[in-house]
Unconditional design. Structure first.
Length: 456
């Protein structure tokens, strides 16, 4: 059975997500949909199974996109109600004609139509001025073509603005029933089909042709414990991260909940993909010996430090775990290793990551078990000005602060969220109902931008 079937979210959980996403209480939705609050509660908790008509009735009142309505029908055990057609199918002829007219109207200025992954759907003739001489393999993704070395660059008489019109359907309209279009490449002033390329997230600078060159996805605190809940959330987080085709995925600690061999065997299956490089470091819940044996194929209980040397960035993940304790520490061997990794590529920007944050975050529950003796790390970083930022996990909350004159960016937790004191008097202040989330780091030439993404 496929992983998507094993870990599919139940109907009740999906229904609750969409109700909360629309900012409706159970009472408000029950009044709008003319169903009892009791029945709605039973549907969300799984104590009642909806009929097919009930699923369609509720999704209509929640104004859920048609593709997502199919997901709820499948979760409830019914066949999809809405068909998905490729863009070149006869049913989509009107949409294709609208795209062609839109592109034609932008001439003599270059214009492209992209899907929600920034993959190229179509382009007008003027785009050939930019695409001339560019590797066809790059032209399947607009942002990749512009951000990669050897990609498109504006010629001398380039118009000042490139018109863009994403082919992302609005919620509820007919085009939301389509599947992703075939990729096309452009050149010599016309569009032609080519094989699909990697879908890499790229962003265009507002006022110049400066592009993000490296995209990193940070996933933290998945706490695999053998339960379907934690595994499902980890699957969703990793699938979301991979869907962006980042340059690397960073797994920053608390990979297993109890550090058991059986838990790491589950993790090994989850990270068995080979389309994206992955580097990891342990957290306070991990057991080094078991992690090394199952995930790395090595014996011993030495610190697990990993470095990844990409073309334009060095990523160094340090083991800050202390066996048997919840707080963190970088031992002398780890600090020496980090110093040598950073010294080996002084002209290449670098990121340093670990599980434990090096400073207080305003959450006493977390601050009490942060990284000890951070001044030792500060001394290493002071010797290497090419380090752009420090990354961490552990806190189960998205946070940004500074350390050693650099951004300290904390990834949210996948398994749960730890709340601020002002948000709850409960101890420990852990919320298991909020969705999992990850961090997406975009590296420019001399800075980093981080986006935090909850995963529905």
């Amino acid at each position: 059975m496929a992983a998507a079937q094993i870990y599919q979210r139940p109907f009740g959980e999906l229904l609750r997500h969409w109700r909360e996403h629309r900012r409706l209480s159970q009472l408000e939705l029950s009044i709008q949909a003319e169903i009892s609050t009791r029945h709605l509660s039973f549907l969300e908790t799984g104590r009642a199974r909806p009929s097919r008509d009930m699923v369609l009735h509720i999704t209509e009142h929640l104004e859920i996109p048609l593709r997502e309505r199919n997901h709820l029908l499948l979760a409830a055990g019914y066949a999809p109600a809405y068909t998905e057609s490729p863009l070149d199918s006869p049913q989509m002829a009107a949409v294709c004609e609208a795209i062609r007219r839109l592109l034609s109207a932008h001439e003599p200025y270059p214009a492209v139509v992209v899907d929600r992954g920034w993959n190229l759907v179509d382009a007008n003739a003027a785009i050939g001025l930019i695409a001339e001489g560019v590797d066809p393999d790059l032209l399947t993704n607009v942002l990749r073509a512009s951000g990669s070395p050897g990609g498109a660059r504006p010629p001398h008489r380039q118009p000042r603005r490139v018109a863009r019109s994403p082919a992302r359907p609005a919620s509820g309209d007919a085009s939301s029933r389509t599947s992703e279009p075939d990729r096309v490449a452009v050149g010599a002033g016309r569009a032609r089909r080519c094989r699909a390329g990697r879908r890499i997230l790229r962003y265009r600078h507002r006022r110049s042709w400066r592009w993000v060159m490296v995209v990193l996805a940070q996933v933290s605190d998945i706490h695999i414990d053998g339960s379907g809940r934690n595994t499902s959330r980890a699957v969703r987080a990793l699938d979301y991260a991979r869907s962006m085709r980042p340059d690397a995925i960073l797994l920053t600690g608390d990979i297993a909940d109890h550090g058991a061999v059986e838990e790491y065997e589950i993790v090994r299956d989850l990270i068995s993909f080979d389309d994206v490089p992955l580097v990891l470091c342990p957290g306070n819940h991990d057991v080094r010996g078991n992690l090394r044996k199952v995930l790395l194929g090595r014996d011993g209980d030495q610190p697990v430090n990993q470095a990844l040397n990409l073309e334009t960035v060095t990523i160094a993940l340090c083991d800050s775990s202390i066996p048997g304790r919840d707080d963190g520490h970088l031992d002398d061997d780890t600090l020496a290793w980090l110093d040598s990794v950073l010294a080996a590529r002084p002209g290449v920007r670098a990121l340093v990551g670990m599980h434990h944050p090096a400073v207080e975050l305003g959450i006493p529950y977390v601050d009490a078990i942060r990284l000890n003796r951070p001044e030792q790390l500060r001394q290493v970083l002071d010797r290497h000005p090419h380090v752009l930022a420090v990354l961490a996990g552990h806190a189960h909350t998205a946070a940004a602060t500074t350390f050693a004159g650099r951004p300290l960016l904390v990834a949210p937790g996948v398994v749960s969220t730890i709340l601020l004191p002002a948000e709850t008097p409960v101890q420990p202040p852990i919320d298991f109902t909020l969705p999992p989330a990850i961090a997406i780091h975009l590296l420019y030439e001399d800075r980093i931008a981080t986006h935090y993404r909850p995963i529905p």
